[in-house]
Design a protein around this ligand. Structure first.
Ligand code: FAD
Ligand code: NAG
Ligand code: NAG
Ligand code: NAG
Ligand code: NAG
Ligand code: NAG
Ligand code: NAG
Length: 486
């Protein structure tokens, strides 16, 4: 599937002709989960006149792994998505990511996020499981409260307003950190920055056994990388001529009669349609320029969604000195300061790896991205010293964290719905521009925004609508609301 640079040149010349032959050619902008599933959908319906364009050297998008650790003890760790979130309950709906990981034999392992958890604060080990259980009740009340609001057709507010209205008002550091584990660690932003109703529905559509898949999370530990499920799926149907890697899109020119994409190397590709799957962060930051500028209603939708950031900070030590549970929760005096610790050196995951990682989110992620690695490493080690006062912490043998927020191909980790984002904004984010420019990706998913399965369903469902349109000889596509009402 890999192409050499010369092949790419030859093929893009070839495609210029090929794509213009019959009506219905499609440029798929981005080769993440949404892009690959869009391509599969086209292929399955007999439309092979497409090219996936991606700036990266491989398919998978945010699914990225890296060899981590000292030379004689390296392991593959996941820098982006790590879990299949929600599996299946009985014969209920199945998470399609679970289906693909099974099909391609990608190794996953149940992660006991609530049953295998140790507690720490700035004085060392400190069992605040009772406080944690109260926070868990608060979260359930919050989700139920949103359901009641939804029935009354009441306006959305922030999740902070919601928490306060259901009486969950965490005051201690331990209570605030427990809330963080249940909220920020999922949405990558604080309750103040998140919607109450939309986020609660998002929770239910994935994790509630009645409305979604299940409450289980499977951690991918396959040493080929979690990305294997989508790369292997793509390899089943993609021809080399249908994938253009190492190719960064600079601008997209569109009209009601077609689309021309210009790459940073000056090459142009022309087709009848484009399906843009770039992250909402990329669209927000003008990393790709549109000619003409996107209409006001589209720009408002793009700028009203939030691209949040979730950062995993990996450490490897000569030996394991920490907790035996899968997870550790640390309550600092500052909410969100190095709070969630995940042990990979655990019999269920990567035993004898010496690897542990800590996650930060939201504004804290942006803060550490602007610091040198050395400072972040020193801060993380000082937190470990507080958590384990009687241990002499050895120097790490490796240290790494990805900078998703500053990466021009992503500008964050995944979208988070703020309270000021109206449902009409959501349809506008997904809507077609000038009949020919279509949009899909995790952020355009109403039910599953933020998740891999959101990207999957959008890649499939938007593309099916696009194919209906092609087969009808053209159409105006997914409609929008010109002015989002109050
Ligand atoms: C740290 C982190 C943790 C996560 N954890 C989970 C998890 O555990 N479970 C879960 O379900 N989801 C998780 N997610 C979310 C999940 O990764 C996304 O929802 C999903 O991968 C999005 O797929 P996509 O196809 O919509 O977008 P992308 O994967 O972003 O695909 C878009 C593609 O466009 C390309 N691109 C961008 N700009 C250009 C350009 N100018 N020219 C050419 N190509 C370009 C990019 O390289 C990329 O390949 C996580 C994400 C991150 C970052
Ligand atoms: C993409 O570029 C990388 C180097 O950055 C190279 O190793 C790889 O072979 C290239 N892939 C293709 C398909 O050209
Ligand atoms: C923490 O306290 C709870 C009761 O509050 C108890 O059930 C649990 O076993 C304790 N955990 C540890 C690790 O001591
Ligand atoms: C989520 O599911 C719970 C349990 O089924 C329900 O009580 C609640 O109303 C639902 N909330 C939303 C926002 O759908
Ligand atoms: C690509 O298209 C742009 C306008 O869309 C044009 O200005 C430019 O000359 C074209 N480049 C090539 C190499 O054809
Ligand atoms: C640390 O050592 C002191 C003194 O021996 C002891 O009182 C304390 O319980 C120890 N703390 C932990 C977390 O083991
Ligand atoms: C995808 O489309 C199908 C068929 O129209 C629909 O039943 C399903 O609800 C859609 N799924 C999502 C997540 O939008």
């Amino acid at each position: 599937m890999l192409l050499t640079a010369q092949w790419i040149e030859l093929l893009s010349e070839y495609h210029k002709k090929d794509l213009n032959n019959a009506f219905g050619s499609v440029l798929i902008l981005g080769g993440g989960v949404a892009g690959v599933i869009a391509a599969r959908t086209l292929h399955e319906r007999g439309h092979d006149d497409f090219i996936i364009i991606d700036a990266r050297p491989e398919l998978g998008g945010r699914l990225q792994n890296r060899q981590f650790g000292r030379a004689d003890n390296t392991r593959s760790v996941e820098l982006g998505p790590n879990w299949v979130q929600g599996t299946q309950t009985g014969n209920g709906p199945v998470n399609p990511i679970l289906t693909l990981t099974k099909k391609h034999k990608v190794k996953t392992q149940f992660n006991d996020l609530f049953g295998s958890l140790s507690f720490f604060d700035f004085t060392g080990p400190s069992n605040f499981s009772d406080v944690f259980n109260e926070a868990d009740d608060g979260f359930s009340d919050l989700i139920a409260g949103a359901g009641a609001r939804l029935q009354k057709r009441a306006i959305d507010t922030t999740a902070r307003t919601g928490y306060s209205l259901v009486g969950s008002k965490p005051k201690s550091h331990q209570a605030q950190t427990s809330e963080y584990y249940l909220w920020d660690w999922e949405y990558a932003q604080t309750p103040e920055q998140s919607s109450w109703i939309a986020a609660s529905e998002n929770n239910n559509f994935t994790f509630d056994p009645d409305q979604g898949f299940s409450g289980d999370n499977l951690l991918a530990i396959d040493q080929r990388g979690f990305k294997t499920f989508i790369q292997a799926e793509g390899a089943e149907f993609l021809k080399p001529s249908q994938v253009l890697l190492n190719s960064t899109v600079k601008s997209v020119s569109y009209s009601t009669s077609g689309v021309t994409v210009t790459l940073t190397n000056g090459k142009n590709l022309t087709a009848d349609y484009a399906l843009c799957t770039f992250s909402v962060g990329v669209l927000q930051n003008d990393d790709v320029v549109f000619h003409p500028s996107l209409p006001d209603w589209k720009q408002e939708a793009i700028q009203s969604m939030v691209m949040a950031t979730y950062t995993k900070i990996f450490l490897q030590f000569p030996h394991k000195f920490w907790f035996d549970t899968e997870m550790g929760l640390y309550a600092d005096k500052e909410r969100g300061r190095y709070p969630v610790w995940q042990s990979l050196d655990h019999k269920h995951f990567l035993p004898d790896s010496g690897i542990i990682f800590v996650t930060v989110t939201g504004d804290y992620s942006q803060r550490i991205e602007s610091l040198p690695d050395s400072q972040v490493k020193a801060e993380v080690l000082s937190v470990l010293a507080l958590m384990f006062p009687n241990v002499s912490i050895p120097q790490p043998t490796d240290f790494f964290f990805p900078r998703w927020h500053t990466d021009p191909l992503f500008r964050g980790s995944y979208s988070n719905w703020p309270a000021s984002f109206a449902t009409a904004h959501q349809s506008n984010l997904r809507a077609t521009v000038s009949d020919r420019l279509w949009f899909a990706g995790e952020a355009t998913s109403f039910k599953y925004y933020g998740f891999l399965h959101g990207a999957y369903f959008e890649g499939m469902n938007v593309t099916n609508l696009l194919i209906d349109c092609i087969e009808a000889g053209g159409c105006s596509g997914l409609g929008h609301v010109e002015n989002v009402p109050q």
